[in-house]
Design a protein around this ligand. Structure first.
Ligand code: PDD
Length: 284
């Protein structure tokens, strides 16, 4: 069945959705995006995503074509029109269409596109019970990973490297320290301490990360925001990742080595439960 998607002010069937071949998102990856999850037909942490979207746009001197209220309305309308109970809303804003030139155009109107993806079983995921296998790869992305741009070629290559190695994902390593997963933030647990890389330009400031760390602290768990090495990860009791599409997802194997008992750990399990419960309470 055809989805209803949103393009520059209009709700249209996906076959009729069109963007110019001169769009700078297409030619230069000159665009930013957000992915917001939907549970029980409601948006999880919409505010956090809207705030990060504005930050990404500002860092790139890009115009926002919609207000936060309009954006919420578009998200809700797409969830309704496509009857999404569990799934995702993808949003992309680019600098717009202009004759090809490296310099930013002065008068281009931004392009805005949103679509939904139905993902039944997102919350009650079999992967969450089984755990993920990851491999380590060198982080070869650009230096402003805090901006959520659509330049996702290296993360895509990383996913393919993982797939070729029989794993689910890759953790990226720079100067000996883990940055993050290809599309998620990375954590290890040692004793009763949760360790995840500090914020900076080297990683995306995950919206799920912020919520999970807040819940962990409220539950009296110890949190250290600092860089960790792959050696430290291999000695950890547990590992996990967070993202809007995976929530809290245990990692049970790194580069073929079991982490802890080689099964999902209790900290990841508990954080996933708390995250799902608490975020659903505030879902819009
Ligand atoms: N990815 N780090 C990277 C590189 C990411 O691409 C993502 C999200 C995250 C987690 O951020 P958040 O918790 O705000 O989703 C961290 C999304 C889900 C994606 O590209 O599909």
């Amino acid at each position: 069945m055809s989805r209803t998607v949103y393009v520059n002010g209009n709700y249209v069937p996906e076959e009729d959705a069109k963007v110019s071949v001169f769009d700078r998102g297409f030619l230069f990856a000159d665009g930013v995006y957000e992915v917001t999850s939907v549970l029980q037909g409601k948006l999880i942490d919409f505010d956090g995503h809207a705030v990060r979207l504005q930050r990404s746009l500002s860092e790139l001197d890009m115009k926002n074509p919609v207000t936060k209220d309009e954006l919420l309305e578009i998200h809700r309308e797409l969830v309704r029109a496509n009857d999404i109970d569990e799934g995702l809303v993808y949003l992309q804003i680019t600098r717009g269409a202009a004759d090809r030139d490296f310099a930013f155009p002065e008068d281009a109107e931004p392009t805005i596109v949103l679509f939904t993806q139905a993902k039944p079983g997102l919350a009650d995921s079999p992967k969450a019970k089984q755990g993920m296998k990851v491999i380590s790869i060198e982080d070869q992305r650009w230096g402003r990973r805090d901006i959520k741009t659509v330049q996702l070629l290296y993360p895509s290559m990383g996913k393919m490297m993982a797939k070729a190695a029989g794993a689910d994902d890759a953790w990226m390593v720079e100067d000996g320290f883990v940055t993050e997963g290809t599309s998620n933030n990375a954590y290890i647990v040692k004793g009763n301490t949760i360790i995840t890389r500090h914020l900076g330009n080297e990683i995306l400031h995950g919206i799920t990360r912020a919520a999970v760390l807040k819940f962990a602290r409220e539950a009296q768990m110890k949190v250290e925001e600092r860089a960790f090495t792959m050696e430290e990860a291999l000695q950890a009791d547990e590992a996990f990742v967070t993202s809007a599409s995976a929530f809290v997802m245990p990692v049970v194997e790194i580069d073929g080595n079991p982490i802890g008992k080689g099964a999902p750990g209790s900290v990841a399990y508990r954080l996933r439960e708390i995250y799902l419960d608490e975020s659903l309470k505030k879902a819009v």
